[in-house]
Design a protein around this ligand. Structure first.
Ligand SMILES: Cc1cc2nc3c(=O)[nH]c(=O)nc-3n(C[C@H](O)[C@H](O)[C@H](O)COP(=O)(O)OP(=O)(O)OC[C@H]3O[C@@H](n4cnc5c(N)ncnc54)[C@H](O)[C@@H]3O)c2cc1C
Length: 641
């Protein structure tokens, strides 16, 4: 595509194709080979947050796991080498759940020797940090887990851990959030020609949140490339004064709304046509990873989407509400806070708590700009070690599960397989992989674990030379219901410690872009399987073309040039993203929560316990922590009193 700048030298470092191109303005990271050769975490200069190109499930992180799934791994694997290393606890997975498990275990057993293994080149799991040095500025963005935010209050265990790490979300939000930086900027919708007949950016619509909008829905719609009937439909949905079920009680309305999708509600009850449905289709993408065809109307009511006012629904959740929506409806005032690198700060604080040498500093503010020393993560004879680029391929009780004398764990790293031993093991990785690691599990448990199909997502961060185009348009965020990237936003305005968000439109800026690979019409799990395959087959070059093309179409008329203004691109690809949350449209809600697949799946198996947010069937950081806490308690309960 001429004019988009694909041939320009930017920092994209596409590992897949082995291309390393660095713009002079961006700090130079390690060569690609050093990043993907396992064991290099000990080399000075090893610093994965600086790697751009394809991140998230980066090349080199998942192939072993897929070989294990396909049955090919053990056919070609070298004979495991016994390291004879013995630990009190081995944790599989260095995400927030695995790191929390190590924390909780050590809290009860201060002298414990713990090994944490993760298949990625960085710790944190989804809580990943994207770091850019542009000129003399440090710019940060979350590569996955975005913010402290949950539909339910944090439990005592999760809140206690957050407090222990020095995080007070309410106080931080008060002092660090800087919405005034984007004062006067509004949200916009990009209508694309393939879906709506022409490319047009329409700025400033009324919002339902506290940030307010600049114009009324009526005025906004009048500027959209939509026919009069569609404009009237959208206005009717936004006003939402219609009662489409006048004969039903509030409870019965809720019951019915829990059995139909939001799309069906808009189409059948609100009598909306195809263009209106297209306008709303992606509004659930970032929250649920699927479109409005696969989210119940009741959950959308709880989430605050429009069209329900006239139903006069009583506040409060129902049994048939999904996990997410109920909480939002019940607890609108729960604290939220976004660190500049998202919840990667939580992961980094946990790492500092476990391996103090690894991250200099001592408080929640200085951690944001601190440079981690990866060489300190896995020191010989240290009580706690975090070993990266290791895929665990087996975890087996020694003896029968009932009379287990410990666990033997095998992991693959750099073409070798190693065996390590521990009194206890916590599997804090993606739960649907556990049947391949522990084939001895009971069949029902394996079947249940297979049902926890994770939700694929992509978060891209794009460094641009300046954000004059946004400023000129008066826009801070753009939703694009018909485009590849459904959301684009200026980096979150937040100052923490010495970290300062960008103020001036002439300065470089990071853009956040999100995509959920969906297949509307298919059952939710099927959509995720198809989406996962799509993500794994998409090269970095294809992601980059979609970024350049879309930014050019949305912002080109305001002077943005994809060719000249893009400095670097990072695509955080998460084929295994959010934990699966049971969906009243596709799952049997007559099964009580305590008998659902995640609960059967997470049952302790001898000296092996199971954590991760998957085990809580909730795609939230507090779930990751809660499940770690439970798993540790299960193992400690086996200790002689
Ligand atoms: C794009 C995205 C955005 C999100 N945003 C938010 C948010 O804003 N707020 C929020 O609360 N939650 C958010 N979440 C949910 C997030 O998943 C949880 O908050 C939390 O970070 C999950 O932590 P975890 O440790 O349970 O899992 P993970 O972070 O997935 O960590 C598990 C780790 O185990 C590794 N692993 C798996 N199998 C193996 C193996 N066999 N051997 C070695 N390692 C293995 C994985 O690769 C991974 O690194 C988001 C998730 C995604 C994907």
């Amino acid at each position: 595509m001429p004019g988009l700048g694909l041939d320009c030298e930017i920092d994209r470092r596409d590992f897949l194709n082995g291309v390393v191109v660095t713009a002079a303005a961006i700090a130079v990271p390690l060569p690609a080979e050093a990043q993907i050769t396992p064991g290099t975490q000990d080399l000075s200069g090893y610093y994965p947050p600086l790697s751009h190109g394809l991140r998230g499930s980066h090349p080199g992180s998942f192939e072993t796991a897929h070989g294990l799934r396909d049955g090919s791994f053990w056919r070609h694997a070298r004979k495991p080498e016994d390291t004879h290393a013995v630990y009190d606890l081995i944790v599989v997975g260095g995400g927030i759940s695995g790191l929390s498990a190590a924390h909780f275990f050590r809290a009860k057993k201060p002298n414990a020797k713990i090994l944490i293994l993760d298949n990625h080149d960085d710790f944190g799991g989804h809580a990943k940090r994207n770091e850019y040095h542009i000129g003399d500025r440090l710019e940060l963005m979350n590569g996955g887990t975005m913010l402290i935010d949950s539909p339910h209050p944090y439990s005592a265990a999760a809140a206690g851990l957050i407090r222990h790490l020095g995080i007070d979300p309410t106080a931080l939000a008060k002092t660090c959030d800087k919405p005034e930086i984007y004062k006067g900027l509004s949200v916009a919708t990009f209508f694309d020609r393939q879906t709506f007949g022409e490319d047009r950016l329409v700025i400033g619509r009324e919002r339902t949140d506290e940030r307010g909008g600049t114009i009324s829905w009526k005025d906004f719609l009048a500027k959209c490339p939509l026919d009069v009937a569609t404009q009237a439909e959208i206005l009717r949905v936004q006003e939402g004064t219609q009662d489409t079920m006048p004969t039903l009680s509030s409870d019965h309305k809720k019951e019915r709304l829990s059995r139909i999708s939001y799309l069906a509600y808009l189409r059948d009850d609100m009598k909306c046509g195809a263009k209106t449905l297209a306008f709303y289709q992606t509004m659930t993408h970032e929250e649920w990873g699927v479109g409005i065809d696969a989210v119940s109307a009741l959950d959308c009511w709880g989430f605050g989407l429009p069209g329900f006012r006239g139903l006069n629904l009583a506040r409060g959740s129902t049994e048939r509400m999904g996990y997410t929506a109920a909480g939002y409806e019940d607890n609108p005032d729960l604290p939220t806070f976004h660190f500049p690198d998202g919840n990667a700060t939580i992961a980094r604080l946990l790492v500092r708590d476990l391996v103090p040498d690894a991250i200099p500093g001592h408080d929640v503010e200085d951690v944001v700009t601190a440079r981690a020393n990866y060489a300190a993560l896995d020191r010989k004879n240290a009580p706690i070690a975090i070993r990266l680029s290791c895929t665990v391929v087996g975890a087996q009780n020694i003896g029968t599960p009932r009379a287990s004398r410990g666990v033997e764990v095998a992991y693959a790293r750099g073409g070798e397989v190693f065996r390590v031993h521990a009194a206890n093991c916590i599997l804090a990785g993606w739960n649907m992989m556990i049947p391949y690691i522990c084939p001895e599990l009971p069949e029902l448990q394996k079947k249940s674990l297979h049902q926890l199909v994770k939700i694929p997502l992509v978060y891209a961060s794009v460094a641009i030379r300046n954000w004059r185009a946004f400023h000129k348009l008066g826009v801070a965020g753009i939703s694009a219901p018909g485009m590849y990237w459904s959301g684009t936003r200026l980096n979150w305005p937040v100052d923490v410690g010495t970290y300062r968000s960008v103020r001036l439109p002439d300065d470089p800026m990071l853009l956040f872009m999100a995509r959920a690979p969906v297949s509307p019409g298919l059952p939710e799990r099927e959509q995720h399987r198809v989406g996962r395959a799509e993500l794994l087959q998409t090269s970095f070059a294809e992601f980059e073309i979609k970024i350049r093309d879309q930014l050019q179409r949305m912002l080109g008329p305001a002077g943005f040039s994809a060719k000249n203004d893009i400095l670097a691109v990072t695509v955080n690809r998460w084929p295994h993203g959010y934990a699966y949350e049971f969906n009243p449209l596709f799952d049997d809600f007559s099964i009580p929560p305590e008998r659902r697949a995640n609960v059967i799946g997470r049952a302790r198996f001898g000296r092996i316990a199971i954590a991760n947010s998957d085990a809580g069937a909730a795609a939230y950081t507090d779930s990751a922590i809660d499940q770690a806490h439970r798993a540790v308690e299960e193992l400690l309960a086996l200790e002689p009193k």
